[in-house]
Design a protein around this ligand. Structure first.
Ligand code: C5P
Length: 399
């Protein structure tokens, strides 16, 4: 989604300026055109040569450079930008922006742009917590700027506190979220479930499954990037928490059902990518079960079927992980659970299904139409599912 987007990256003079090289590199690799504007103090910390070599664009530093390609460069950049990102943003630049001061190329560009502006402050913790900085950030937020809050951690002063530049992944996630606001899911609320539920046996053991959560997370992130408000109800996974998504952690099928029931109020679609346990131990032992008898029998009872039991006026999308008669079994499930769409995948293939980054699925709708997709990344599969969701939401609205 970053491909062919023009991102104006402003770098100001904080020690974290070196991290801007990583941001510039990741955005460039993702296909964006990155136009960099550096304040004079930023050029003392990292050279325009480093940044310009990474982005393969001309880095702008001086408003009055005689050899400047454009006479009104700040206007040109301000108009070309799909988004302006300042990372790191010092307290000084934040204060200038709050006051509308335009005394260098970066502040002039921000004043002249109609594109959304993202600010990632990084500074000493006392400077960050100073009421004047907090007031300035609140003012910018109230004017529609997006603030990526700094992280807690070690600062250059040697102290630990709030003020470190947010993680690069968080900043890039925010850029995607801001760019996606005009996407085809803008104004829609999508609830996604992910991961494999864990059903406790005793205080130290549980019944689990091999779901990695990757498919559900890919759906949630793709929906966010297309402008949706996303709630992700997730069983434990080892994946990083996605940016700009309301994440509700759960463990068991029953907890997932409760969280889904709450989240679907006003939802446009529920996409259940989670591998929900079908059975749970009838009783959870209060103390650790001792190893004594040569055999142990666990009595299991059915878990609630979330897709069937949670009702409302939203699209229902389910997954069917099958090892035989994939499409026929999935069609049956679609009928039984009264779904709008079912995503069938053959879990016997090594490159598809659990744990891997790719998936080979068929998307089946209520009319029985089967769309057999080739082997794709989970993100690509997510986009295909959402294409179909957008189409169905459009039809529903037209009815
Ligand atoms: O019946 P089966 O478990 O194969 O159905 C898979 C689909 O149903 C998935 O979308 C899964 O998230 C959902 N499911 C559910 N509640 C359960 C079991 C599965 O919502 N207890």
């Amino acid at each position: 989604m970053l491909a062919n987007k023009t991102i104006v990256l402003g770098i100001t003079g904080g020690i974290a300026a070196y991290k801007a090289a990583d941001i510039a590199s990741k955005l460039t690799q993702a296909g964006a055109r990155v136009e960099v504007v550096m304040t004079e103090s930023a050029t003392k910390l990292i050279t325009p040569l480093t940044i310009g070599t990474i982005t393969q664009t001309k880095v702008v530093t001086d408003m009055f450079e005689p050899t400047s390609e454009y006479s009104l460069e700040h206007i040109t950049l301000a108009e070309a930008a799909d988004v302006v990102v300042i990372a790191p943003a010092t307290a000084n630049t934040v204060a200038k922006l709050a006051a509308g001061i335009a005394d260098n190329m970066l502040t002039s560009t921000v004043l002249a742009t109609k594109a959304p502006v993202i600010i990632a402050p990084a500074m000493n913790d006392n400077m960050f917590q100073n009421p004047v900085t907090q007031d300035n950030l609140a003012k910018l937020k109230a004017r529609g700027f997006t603030i990526v809050d700094p992280a807690y951690g070690r600062l250059v002063s040697g102290k630990t506190g709030w003020g470190r530049l947010a993680e690069v992944e968080t900043i890039i996630g925010t850029i995607k979220q801001v760019l996606g606001k005009k996407g085809d899911l803008a104004g829609k609320r999508i609830v996604v479930t992910a991961g494999g539920t864990l059903e406790p046996i005793d205080p130290v053991r549980h019944i689990g499954n091999r779901s990695s959560g990757k498919m559900g997370y890919a759906v949630a992130e793709a929906a966010r990037d297309r402008g949706a408000t996303v709630a992700l109800i997730t069983a434990p996974t080892s994946l990083p928490e996605p940016v700009g998504i309301e994440v509700v952690p759960v463990q068991t099928a029953s907890q997932m059902k409760e969280a889904v029931a709450k989240a679907v109020a006003k939802a446009d679609a529920l996409i259940m990518a989670a591998a929900v346990a079908d059975y749970q131990p009838k009783a959870v032992a209060e103390a650790k079960i001792k190893k004594a008898a040569p055999t142990l029998t666990l009595e299991l009872v059915r878990t609630p079927d979330i897709l069937t039991e949670v009702k409302g006026n939203f699209l229902k999308v389910g997954f069917a992980a099958e090892s035989e008669d994939v499409v026929a079994n999935a069609k049956q499930k679609l009928q039984k659970k009264q779904l709008d769409l079912i995503i069938a995948n053959d879990i016997t293939s090594a490159e598809s299904g659990f744990g891997v980054d790719t998936n080979k699925v068929a998307i089946i709708d209520r009319d029985g139409k089967v769309d057999n997709l080739p082997l794709l990344t989970k993100r690509e599969v997510a986009e295909k599912i959402l294409d179909k969701v957008v189409e169905l939401l459009g039809k529903k609205a037209g009815r």
